[in-house]
Design a protein. Structure first.
Length: 454
């Protein structure tokens, strides 16, 4: 599990009045991302878009919200995932947001929000870990990025745009062979929001104005769609419940987790949520009991092994964490975050015997996900420990470039270039980063102004 913890201010809205607020930040988790891509990719393809060009981001916020900004970027609050009754409801929301993308509804209002798409969404709760490791740049970039979300409330759609996104979303669902009933069910569940004041509505319905006419149109269209009988299977619903329990376990105070998932509930989702809650309470023995029961039931589940490794690692048992993290990679070798987890555990042991393997895992992860700033930072640690200072500087330049810190990228690329063999692949890469991250005149003026102040 890879959640970015306690970076931004807590939100004041709650899905359930009895539940506490959750910290608002961008989070990464391989299991959740895989589920969302399973839902979204067929819809994106049906819309005529390239899956690789549409990014899905998860916001740790219990309010009901989803939005598009900065071009082809879909943001989903964890609250909307937890509150969905069925996978088709989430598919419906994703299809609707895809309709906003194809309609270019925010093309003229997104300029101020483009910084929100900077590729600084680091894995493993790593904004905090990067700061503790002395890498203030990564943590600072994350915190700066998270502040963008307070401004996103101004992004609203007109009723005409909403109708257009509805129609497009219905077309995409039909083309993907998915029923549109999920979108109808989702709107009908919250149709009472139509009569509430703007201030009391969920964020989603403040920016996506709801009306009875919209719901009636959607209901009629969905009822006559060829895919109307393609309902979610019990297995699909069960998997969504598992993901919802995982989110709840990580983002809600343990006392609420135990209330929602008491010991008397022996279902897999309940044990999943309690495993995380016990771990958050530093009751490692009880957490391991729960995770071991899950592993006994599904021994080849990479995400259970990942959670096992995270529990051990964050409890100060880096060496013991290696085996479960290695098993998660064996079971899911194309998941970059799982490889980064393993590399971090190896690095944390301070055993030089692990460094080559850790570097190999990081390189594979970065080949798949080259904008993972924390992966580059970890690789810089390995190069530094091996006495490869110029390669370490190049890795920091990559990390800064991935995080949108152009001046820092330029500075470290220049330092790296001086010590690298001219004409080598790393030298060419340092040269490239230096060239494309040249500071603008405005940035140079600001830099000179700061130097005069100091």
């Amino acid at each position: 599990m890879s959640f970015l913890k306690a970076i931004a201010a807590a939100t004041s809205l709650a899905v359930a009045s009895s539940a506490p607020s959750w910290g608002q930040s961008l989070i990464r988790d391989t299991e959740i991302e895989h589920m969302l891509h399973d839902y979204a990719d067929p819809i994106i393809e049906a819309a005529g878009l390239q899956v690789a060009d549409v990014d899905l981001y998860i916001v740790a916020d219990n309010s009901l919200n989803a939005f598009v900004t900065g071009g082809q970027n879909i943001f989903l609050h964890t609250g909307i995932i937890v509150e969905a009754d069925t996978p088709n409801q989430l598919r419906g929301v994703i299809a609707h947001e895809t309709g906003h993308i194809t309609g270019a509804h925010l093309a003229r209002s997104g300029d101020a929000m483009r910084n929100a798409q900077a590729p600084m969404f680091i894995s493993l709760g790593l904004g905090v870990l990067a700061a503790l490791a002395g890498e203030g740049g990564a943590a600072g970039a994350l915190m700066a990025s998270s502040q963008q979300f307070g401004a996103l409330s101004f992004l609203t759609y007109s009723r005409a745009q909403e109708a257009s996104a509805d129609q497009a979303g219905l077309q995409f669902l039909e083309a993907a062979g998915e029923p549109a009933t999920g979108l109808v069910e989702f709107f009908e569940r919250f149709r009472y929001q139509e009569v509430m004041s703007q201030a009391r509505r969920f964020p989603y319905f403040r920016s996506h104005p709801l009306s009875s006419e919209r719901i009636s149109y959607l209901r009629d269209r969905a009822a006559n769609a060829p895919s109307v009988n393609n309902v979610d299977t019990p297995e699909e619903i069960a998997y969504l419940r598992r993901i919802q329990a995982k989110i709840y376990g990580f983002l809600v105070d343990p006392e609420y987790v135990f209330f929602r998932y008491p010991e008397s509930d022996t279902s897999l989702p309940a044990r999943y949520a309690r495993a995380v809650a016990y771990y958050h309470e530093a009751r490692l023995d009880r957490a391991l009991e729960e995770i071991n029961s899950l592993l006994a039931e599904e021994p080849d589940n990479p995400y259970f092994h990942e959670l096992h490794g995270q529990m051990l690692f964050e409890s100060g048992h880096a060496e013991d964490a290696i085996a479960p993290h290695r098993r998660s990679v064996e079971l899911e070798p194309t998941a970059p975050l799982l490889r980064i987890n393993l590399a971090i555990a190896m690095i944390a042991t301070e055993n030089p015997a692990y460094l080559d393997e850790a570097a190999q895992h990081l390189r594979v992860a970065l080949d798949i996900e080259p904008d993972n700033g924390f992966g580059w930072y970890q690789l810089s640690i390995i190069h530094e420990r091996n006495g490869e200072t110029s390669l370490a500087q190049l890795a920091i330049a990559e990390q800064a470039f991935a995080s949108g810190q152009r001046m820092r990228a330029n500075q470290f690329a220049a330092r790296a270039r001086e010590g690298l063999e001219q004409g080598s692949t790393p030298w060419f890469r340092a040269t490239e980063i230096q060239a494309i991250s040249q500071p603008t005149e405005a940035e140079l003026r600001e830099m000179r102004r700061q130097q005069r102040r100091n």
